[in-house]
Design a binder for this molecule. Structure first.
Ligand code: SF4
Length: 287
């Protein structure tokens, strides 16, 4: 358990960098990620945050912010006033450097307690971002929260292949994640499929048509170039992912691939690109 003073400082974090386009705050119920050794952990940009990892290998540690809901309630007023100054919005990205529904959530329910606290003290906007269909375990709470604030569920898919040869298995099967998008869409929740980082696609038309059919509100297409916190994708280039992608389709490691796929996706759904897409800016017409 992390000491309370540490949690107090870090539970509602005022965002910097590219996330400024997306929200006023990030909220991370855990430090580290239990999915760090699955496919998404290989290029995960959080592993490069040394302040956060404190030298520990990505996927080998998770710190639990046990009192996060209490600290949210205690700091809500201060942080919402700060965010709303000058007519701004108090908006939360949940989460930017961990997965709120990672395996330890079943034991500690830190994310669930936070969502309940937000029903009492809602932000103006919240994005729930995850790699797993386990977010469905909180569907009733999420539906309640959506009545109190503007809420979107983002589920990361990366692409239409279950696995890329050379990568470990994903945190959750592709079908389950698409099914979770379908279920939230049926419940009237705004849902977004995040191809982040974009993998080489097998059959883009079929994939985007399937997403549109299940009721997804839009897709975000985020190439590792311009999408991993660096302009040139240099963080991801240090990992095995680019070589694995190149083996399948050499063009997929170029930024032009993102634009080609976005053009196809726009025939089926509104599309947002990188941080702009995460902010909710999606275009449904070819541009
Ligand atoms: S779930 Fe998210 S935070 Fe966790 S390893 Fe995967 S990409 Fe990183």
């Amino acid at each position: 358990m992390i000491i309370t003073e540490e949690i107090r400082k870090s539970i509602l974090t005022r965002v910097t960098g590219y996330l400024k386009k997306v929200s006023s705050h990030s909220l991370n119920p855990y430090v580290g990620c239990g999915f760090g050794r699955s496919s998404c952990g290989v290029p995960c940009y959080v592993q490069h945050n040394h302040w956060l990892t404190k030298g520990r290998n990505w996927g080998t540690f998770v710190d639990v912010k046990l009192e996060a809901d209490r600290v949210y309630r205690e700091t809500y007023k201060r942080e919402s006033v700060w965010a709303r100054r000058g007519g701004g919005k108090f908006s939360i990205f949940f989460s930017s450097s961990t997965d709120p529904w990672q395996p330890l959530e079943k034991k500690y329910r830190v994310s669930r307690a936070l969502l309940k606290a937000m029903i009492d003290l809602p932000p103006d906007k919240i994005i729930l971002q995850t790699h797993t269909a386990d977010v469905l375990e909180d569907k009733e709470i999420i539906v309640k929260l959506a009545k109190r604030t503007s809420l979107r569920v983002h589920i990361s898919l990366e692409g239409d292949r279950e696995v890329l040869p050379g990568l470990p298995p994903p945190p959750c099967s592709l079908d389950k994640r698409i099914d979770a998008l379908a279920k939230f869409s049926e419940m009237g929740i705004e849902t977004v499929a995040c191809l982040s980082p974009l993998y080489p696609l097998e059959d883009p038309e079929k994939f985007f048509s399937r997403l549109a059919l299940v009721g997804v509100s839009g897709v975000i297409i985020d190439h590792f170039i311009e999408g991993d916190g660096t302009r040139d994708g240099s963080r991801t280039l240090k990992t095995d992912l680019p070589d694995i992608m190149r083996e399948i389709d050499a063009s997929s490691v170029e930024l032009l691939y993102r634009d080609k796929i976005a053009k196809i996706a726009r025939r089926f759904l509104p599309v947002g690109i990188s941080a702009d897409g995460f902010s909710g800016n999606r275009k449904s017409v070819l541009s």
